[in-house]
Every structure is written in structure tokens, then in C-alpha cells.
Design a protein around this ligand. Sequence first.
Ligand code: ARG
Length: 475
Amino acid sequence: MKLWGGRFQKNTNSLVEDFHSSIGFDQRLYLQDIRGSIAHAGMLGAEDIIEKDEAARIIEGLKAIAKDIAEGKVKFSLAAEDIHMNIETLLIERVGDVGKKLHTGRSRNDQVALDIRMYLKDEITNTQKLLLELLEVLVDTADKQAATIMPGFTHLQIAQPITLGHHLLAYAEMFKRDYQRLSDCYRRVDVMPLGAGALAGTTFPLNRDKVAAELGFSGVSENSMDSVSDRDFIIEFLAAASVIMMHLSRLCEEIILWASQEFAFVELDDAYSTGSSIMPQKKNPDVAELIRGKTGRVYGDLMTMLSVMKGLPLAYNKDMQEDKEALFDGIDTVQKCLLVFAPMLKTMKFNAEIMYANARKGFSNATDLADYLVKKGLGFRDAHHVVGHLVNYCIEQGKSLEQLKLQELREGLRVLEKIEVNGENGREKYIHEDVYDALKLDNVVARRATYGGTSPVRVKEAVKRAYDWIAGQKL
Ligand code: ARG
């Protein structure tokens, strides 16, 4: 007989039984469900809502069930629908009538909200741990590569030379914010809903604070209807997970580019790349591609939950049972991706010579020539114009800026009619031998020493701050 079977005269249609059962996926919540029930039963006993020895027998039964499930000894039943009723049915089978008292003052609606919140709290912490591990790899690598020069891009066109360490620390900032977003999300998950009952509260004098304290929650929910009917905390988590995936995906995209023959900036470790079944020469960045692909999957989980929730009248609706697969998939996917990405990054080899050679291409020091002219007295717009002309000239001549003779560089000033050819205000005034120093790649990078800039000195400082930040996170 079903736990709710009193008013029914027919059996559930077998298709419906299969259709509405969630035990196939919500058994993952068994430990949270049992821990929640133990706290609830203990409170019922302490508040004399049931006898203390009844509570003790219920708790003992629940503990034994937890042990048996952990050891794989329990076969769940589809007919019992979900994890909540599976456990309750087992309890009644094992401890007899006293087991029927467990559900006093409780509904599956507040029970499921409790279980998901407990589960998600742990998984947020687990995700944060993985983020910290990834951050450590990123910062270690940035430390080693603080002075490695590579091209920086805008529009995927070479823009200015940067340091590899700086590039990696950009991602460290993103993952730090992701970590903080999860901490923020955690605060709103950390609210205890039991006591809401089906929707309106309960007639029994429950001690909600006691249950919350016992289960490690920071507080109890304010409104019973809200407690059982919203899943915004899941949406928040999936949004935070989506942002993590977006960040991972961008870095993966770069790794895929960098590993291509055209870039050849990196080589992936054999253990983190795969071959082709037909082309013997291939070594593909499958892990990075899969992470990029799975990003869409987590966005899908978020979209699922936003769509499931958008039209639901208060309070609980069975639509909400759809929350679990989306949430579990989001958790599993983001965690798996973080787990495999960190060692892939750690074992990746960087080809500093190729990166350096590429950083010299594309007139990446053009801004520095303009800055040089500004320091000699030109307005920046004029300087920009002059350098633009010089770049054109270089393209015609097949040369780079630093390969031009002093005379050729000075010729570039011709475009500014106000500047005389010779004399006191002549072209010599603006360009001297030291221009070649200004154009040297290492100097170009070293001079970008604003706080947060790419110079190796600044990167080293930023690495130190990042290590301090990591050490400051207590989980
Ligand atoms: N399995 C259900 C869920 O996941 C539990 C809550 C069921 N409540 C109900 N009134 N049918 O949402």
C-alpha cells in the first residue's frame, strides 16, 4: 500500500508509476534525507511531540538504514516513488508502527527542500575546493612564467606584448570571483526550511531553530510558502556554475588555439590529449574541447530550471521534481571539468621561443613608438598618426619598426606638416638613438608597470597577492 494510498481505490497505472517516480535519481539524497529525519525525530522527542523512546527507536532505525544503503544492501522501490518515501517505508518495515510517527509535522515538500539545500551546501564547498586547486596551478604557473613574453591579442590580432604570467593571472581573477560568487550563493542556500509543512506551516509546536542548529544551518526560513515553492537557490548555483564553465571554456579555447600548428605556443601532455583513429600523426586537445562543449550543457541545466520555474503558481508543484537532474548534472559537470582541467594545465609545456618570436610580429611595439614620441613632446593623436604611417611604410618594405634606420623613422614625421625638416624644431628633436631601446620587446613589457600591468615585476607582486588570497580562504 502506498503511504498516501488512503483515498485511492485503484492502483497507479504502471506507466504513471514509472513516469512520476524520482527514486532513479533522487536516491543520491539518501544521506541528507536520513540526517534531516534524524534531526526532525530528535526534535519531536525533545519537544514531547512524540515519546522520547519512540524518537530513539526511529533514530536507531534510520541509522541502520543509512548503513545498509551505504553498503549497497537496499533495493529501492519504484512504487515508493522517491527517496523520502522509500526511506520512510523501510523504516516502518523495520521498526513497526512507531516509524509512522516520523512524518509528524512534516511534508515531503519541506523535506525535499531541506535535502536539496543540505546536499547543495556540501557540493558548493566541494566545488570551491576544486576552484582553489585550479587557482593554485594557475598561480604556480604564472609565477614560473612571470617574465615569459608572448603576444597579447585583441580581435585575435597581435596587439601588444605581454607576459604569460600576466595572461594566466587574468584567469586567476576570474576564478577568484567565481569562488566568491559561490560563497555568496552558499549564504542563501544555508537556510533551513523544515517546519513549512506542505505550505502553510504545521499545527505541531516544532522547534525549528533546534533542527537548524543540529543540521548546521545558519538560520530558518521566514515564510512557509516560499520555503517549499522556490528553487531560486538552485538557479543561483547553476548561474554561478555557468560562469565558471564560461571562464573554463575561454581558457580551453585559448589552449586549443595555442596547441594548433599555427600557434604552437603549447604542447599538451600525452596523458591529457588523444589521437585520431585514422590519422596517425594527430594529437588532439580533446579535454579542452570537451570542457568547451560541456559548457553548453551547464547553460542548459540553468535554462531548464529557469523555464521549469517561470510559470508555477505558489506553492509546491510537481514540476519542481525536475530540479534534481538539472542540479545534479550541473554539479557533476562543473566538478568533473575543474578536476581534469587543473592537471591538464599543470602538465602543459609552453614554447617560450615561439611565443617570443610571435610577440615581435604584428608591430606589437607600435604603441611604444607613439608613447616615445609623446614623451618627446608630440600630442598623442599626432604621435599615433606618425606611427600609423611608419607601420604602412614598414609593410611596404617588409620590415619591422625597430629595423628602420633613424633617418627613416624621422621621415615618418613628414605627415605632420607643422614639423620642420631641419632646425631647432626639426625632426631630429623627436627621435634619437634611444628609440631602439624603447622598441625592444623586453623593455616594452617591463615598462608596463602600472598596478595590475603586465611587467614581470608587477606579475611577481600579483602572484604573491594571489597566494595570500588562496591561503586566506578557509573551507
Ligand atoms: N519527489 C518529490 C520532489 O522531488 C518530493 C516532493 C513531493 N511532494 C508532493 N507533494 N508530491 O519534488
